[in-house]
Design a protein around this ligand. Structure first.
Ligand SMILES: Cc1cc2nc3c(=O)[nH]c(=O)nc-3n(C[C@H](O)[C@H](O)[C@H](O)COP(=O)(O)O)c2cc1C
Length: 410
């Protein structure tokens, strides 16, 4: 069960015509936990037929209830497709809320870069104006070796967040990924959240789907629709097995996924990036992916945002919360993942994501063999904070890259 914060007001209708008011405090894929308002307690809510979440004047969704016992109401989501959309949106806004307001990073905060030393050049005979941060990546020239890694901004805030990030990426001429497009592929009404190229047509935009979507028999069509929806320049497929295993409702069967990724690379006429999201891509997985045609990897190593922890924090179930803490620091540190992958796959493109927070770390990542560094959480927080905050942060990071380049001679 996931905790709903802040709790959502609801009205329940019983079979005898009686109505009750309460709050949705937690919800899973099959049941909702409700706290009834005190004034209704003299009437014991029984035999609930439906609940309306939201207010009467602004209803967001009606759930048909199969059975109710005290505050626990069961429903069948498969017979009510709109519930899936509601739960999906809720999950995304919880992710955003947790990322904005909690410490969600690996607690040991070791992404491996703390042990990487760059050469020091005490007296570089160079001019600041001649320090060049530009880089060639996936067929385009960008002004700096960084990208905004794909992050979902949810339904309510998604449009404004994506717009702010797109503006920042365009201003600095760097690529940007969008977050998972699943909700828009399942419900076209959400597609505009991702269509930032309408306003920023020059942006190099990376589409995003998860391995969960590859389980569907229409997965090739799904990928093509994701690309077409946003006129993407590349497609990222995120691999998030640990996150799925922490979630009660997450996927548990990943058989045949690597071959399917291979089919996507041959079918989609664009670069395909396989990205981990905080656990790190290991060499054997990356080699298998390279065999089926993948040539760009985002290592998504440990030491940055911890999705195990975030999923734990979404739950009121103590077992799930414990799971999140136990696996908070699981994974291959980003620096190690980059070093190992570069050694194993010398010709592949490698993105170093996972705990990259400044320009010095970006240069360390490049020194270890990455082509680009990806930055997530701090740019998302900056976009939430204000209109030009993500652009300012990117500007600061690019200046740091220049300082690091000048002082190291790299
Ligand atoms: C709020 C938020 C939402 C995210 N949503 C997605 C997503 O939808 N798809 C995806 O591939 N990665 C997603 N990520 C993961 C990031 O792309 C990135 O891999 C991860 O946050 C590690 O980078 P960081 O340590 O710089 O945050 C999300 C990250 C954040 C912080």
């Amino acid at each position: 069960m996931i905790q709903v914060s802040p709790h959502l007001p609801l009205t329940a209708l019983a079979r005898d015509g009686q109505t009750y008011q309460g709050e949705l405090i937690a919800i899973s894929e099959v049941s909702a936990r409700v706290e009834w308002y005190k004034k209704d307690l003299s009437l014991k809510p029984t035999d609930i037929q439906s609940i309306l979440i939201g207010s009467d004047s602004n209803p967001s969704i009606v759930f048909k209830i199969e059975s109710s016992m005290d505050g626990l109401l069961s429903f069948d989501k498969d017979s009510q497709p709109e519930i899936r959309d509601f739960l999906h949106g809720l999950r995304k806004s919880q992710h955003l809320d947790i990322c904005a307001n909690h410490d969600v990073e690996h607690s040991s905060r070791r992404n491996g870069f703390e042990d990487v030393e760059l050469p020091v050049l005490a007296l570089p005979e160079t001019a600041w104006a001649d320090i060049d941060t530009s880089v060639s990546f996936l067929g385009r020239i960008f002004s700096a070796p960084i990208l905004i890694t794909g992050m979902t901004g949810g339904v309510a805030q998604g449009t404004i967040i994506n717009e702010r990030l797109a503006e920042a990426a365009t201003a600095h001429n760097i690529p940007m990924g969008v977050g998972s497009q699943r909700m828009a592929l399942e419900n076209e009404a959400h597609a505009d959240i991702f269509r930032v190229k309408r306003k920023y047509p020059k942006l190099f935009l990376i589409g995003n789907i998860g391995i969960g979507q590859l389980r569907s028999k229409d997965y090739l069509d799904f990928c093509q629709r994701a690309v077409d929806m946003i006129s993407a320049d590349a497609l990222a497929i995120h691999v998030n097995v640990l996150q799925e295993l922490i979630q009660i409702e997450g996927d548990r069967d990943f058989r045949g996924i690597i071959d399917k990724i291979g089919h996507v690379t041959t079918k989609i006429n664009l670069p395909v990036i396989v990205k981990e999201v905080g656990v790190g891509l290991d060499v054997s997985t990356a080699k298998r992916l390279a065999e089926v045609g993948v040539s760009c990897f985002d290592v998504g190593g440990s030491g940055g945002t911890s999705w195990a922890l975030i999923e734990g924090l979404r739950s009121i179930d103590p077992i799930i919360r414990r799971r999140g803490e136990v696996f908070r620091n699981w994974g291959i540190p980003t620096a190690k993942a980059v070093r190992d992958l570069r050694q194993a796959l010398p010709k592949s493109s490698i993105i170093a994501t996972g705990g990259v927070r400044d320009g010095l770390t970006v240069l360390k990542a490049l020194h270890l063999g990455a082509n680009m560094a990806g930055i997530g959480l701090p740019l998302m927080r900056a976009a939430i904070e204000g209109a030009d905050q993500s652009s300012k942060l990117l500007g600061a990071i690019i200046e740091e890259i220049k300082i690091a380049k000048m002082c190291s001679g790299l």
